[in-house]
Design a protein. Structure first.
Length: 154
């Protein structure tokens, strides 16, 4: 298959998977498109690889995110757009992060989620660690900029 045809097929796959709401498959097709574009259109390849990486990170697809990050490094571009552990937030941590973004204190988080204040503190500490943020204000700002976070069950 020619490079031109491969690019066209991969672009069509990205579009179709996106329309169908298959974000992982769309990102995988986007990463394949980036590899195909690599030699002839390196700037476009970086754009596609970066988009794929961002989706993989949001979905918590660690293996695919690592592969996309490696591809970006091959192109000489910075690799990570989100902290590496971002996709590892549990469902409860995502709930707590949303409440942080609303400006809730640990006591308010505990009350709204029917957990102890100590458990709320624990969740906040884990979120700060996983998102590589120094304080709850930075985590809240991050949550407001990245409203479509995904989490793993737990």
């Amino acid at each position: 298959m020619s490079n031109e045809r491969a690019r066209g097929d991969l672009q069509a796959a990205v579009g179709l998977f996106s329309v169908l709401g298959l974000r992982l498959e769309a990102a995988q097709a986007r990463a394949a498109l980036a590899r195909t574009l690599g030699l002839h259109a390196p700037a476009a390849a970086v754009v596609e690889a970066r988009r794929a990486l961002r989706t993989f990170e949001r979905l918590g697809a660690t293996y695919d995110a690592d592969a996309a990050a490696a591809l970006l490094r091959e192109f000489g571009a910075p690799a990570r757009s989100l902290p590496k552990g971002y996709g590892a937030l549990t469902r409860r941590e995502s709930d707590v992060l949303s409440l942080l973004a609303e400006g809730c204190s640990n006591a308010e988080i505990a009350e709204r989620l029917y957990i102890s204040r100590r458990t709320a503190e624990h969740h906040v500490a884990r979120i700060l660690s996983k998102l590589a943020r120094r304080n709850r204000t930075e985590a809240a700002g991050y949550a407001l900029r990245e409203p479509t976070q995904k989490s793993v069950s737990g």
